[in-house]
Design a protein around this ligand. Sequence first.
Ligand code: IVH
Length: 673
Amino acid sequence: MDKENIRNRIENLRKQINYHNYRYYVLDDPVISDKEYDLMLKELIELEKKHLEFFDENSPTVRVGGDILNKFQKVEHKIPMMSLDDGFDENDIREFDRKVKRFLKMPEDADIEYFVEPKFDGLSICLIYEDSKLTNASTRGDGYIGEDVTQNIRTVKSIPLELEGFEKIEYLDVQGEVLLTKEEFERINNERLKENKPLFANPRNAAAGSLRQLDPKETAKRNLIMFAYYLREIRGLDSEIKYQHQAIELLKKMRFKVSGLNRLCKNISEAIEHKNRLGEIRNSLPYELDGVVIKVNSFEMQNKLGSTTKSPRWAIAFKFPAQQETTKILDIQVNVGRTGILTPVAILKPVNIGGATVSRASLHTMDEIEKKDIMIGDYVFVQRAGDVIPEVVKPIKDLRDGTQRKFKMPSACPVCGSNVAKDGAYYICTNINCPKVLKESVKHFVSRKAMNIDGFGDKIVEQLVDKGIVKDVSDIYKLNKETLASLDRVGEKLAENLTGAIQKSKGTTFAKFIYALGIKHVGEFVAKILAKRFGNLDALKRAKKEELISIDGIGDEIADSIISFFSEQKNIETIERLFGYGVHFTDEKEDSENSLIKNKSFVFTGSLSKEREYYKSLIEQKGGIVRSSVSKKLDFLVAGENPGSKLNKAEQLGIAVIDEKELLDMLGLNYEG
Ligand code: IVH
């Protein structure tokens, strides 16, 4: 090949690779296989190595990372990178809208058009393109002076290195957010765990750590992404950009990754609505959001509004409630559970996380405490993701002042004083009659999803066990009104209601009964599988391990636990006593045979006039299944008032949407309200 041909081939390869990077990293929609891509990249790397005269700092081969740096150079931002004012509730946002109108001398009831964008929780970066090529990338720093991270930014594959099709652009200054997906964050932390390196507390810190690597090859391995959201300056474009939504369209055409969750809203109410919608789906997104940014859409208005020294007057961040906070571990206590396992629990200085006060968090096992290096007195990050129970993420070791102390598992059960034995990762109270174990077993037995004895609260259970009246769950059925009324805080009326509820609970389903027995590892779901498969207690009692593990959803551990439960004479006797007192199963075969509900799946959204649990049990009694998320296979979505995003999804998938009344009709019940 002569020089000209080589140059052409190199240019052609660079173009193609850039295009396929864009398909893969920006659009998530590759059109060639990884293998084909790798072949092109390999050819380019070899040609560039042989022909150094064609070196280009923006060749896609730089994505693997260039030379190691000594330190990051400082760069002054030509236009300062400002921050945003925050709003936390609807009032703050409506006040912002009023201020905008006052400033623009518009009537109070006028509608301002807003562009609403997700507020990404990463770190903001300013990219400079000169003659359509990326020439500099810097962090925000203090807003005036940041750090030059150009080499590292070039490894971020969703950032265009050249603006193809926009060769006439002389100068472009774009701001965006660099971040890691939750999945990538976990992958990085798992790797660090194996290498005994300190873990990152959240995806944001991990993204910052990844971008601030002195070795760009390390950054290249971290799979950072960048969403572009702010066109700060542009020169050389023929047409004029007048609105934020146009700026985003333009960035999209330039092959920047822009969010698909942006939305043009015709007034502040629509903007608030969009924020609420994103709040609902927030936990299901692959990356973290900490709110939305509401921006006045018109640039003319933005210019009139201008900025304060700190932030623009044309935008506000509407934050979601934080889901991770820092607080202090005041103590670590030990909780004894139903199975006798001692679980260490962190007693926290109460902290509000995402609207709920958190004052305790399970630390699970001693191994976990050691792995995370948690000490009593530590300041820690605590997080709550969606409905998930709070979790201590990690201690802030820099804040240790010598008052922290290590936690040790007690050698005696904190409830009964018996010896504690170690079983794998667990510490277990060796006393099978430990009162705490009994109390927890009884609480579980009477709970709603088990025997469902209405009104049988924890305080009642504790008194009954402490007084020696209940020594075993079957003793519940010996209780009479007088005994119950003799307890503290139980009056005549409650005692009467309780005896009624106890009577009523005797008729239950086989699945609920299995669940109520409290067999280790047998939750509600496994209990249902077992009930369906075995149909009666004798068959379940006789089940061999091979048979159990052949069932989908049942593994070794569960099988061993079931077998060990039924091999205990004490448990068999308890069950016999329960039957003796009249406990029986009411699973109605014919009912589920010819029902409209049988084998159909249901998901709920929005609020219904009765608790979802109520409908769930009715549907399940008739052989239906209740799921939590909408998928292609779903049969019915039951939509109540103010339905959530599930409704959109179901409509998109063409799934039947029914209301509460239709559900009641299907269940054969009359609708009363
Ligand atoms: S616009 C004049 N849009 O939030 C400031 N910022 O609290 C223009 N951020 O430093 C910023 N998502 O790091 C804007 N869609 C978005 C954003 C966003 C995240 C970050 C950005 C900024 C910080 C301000």
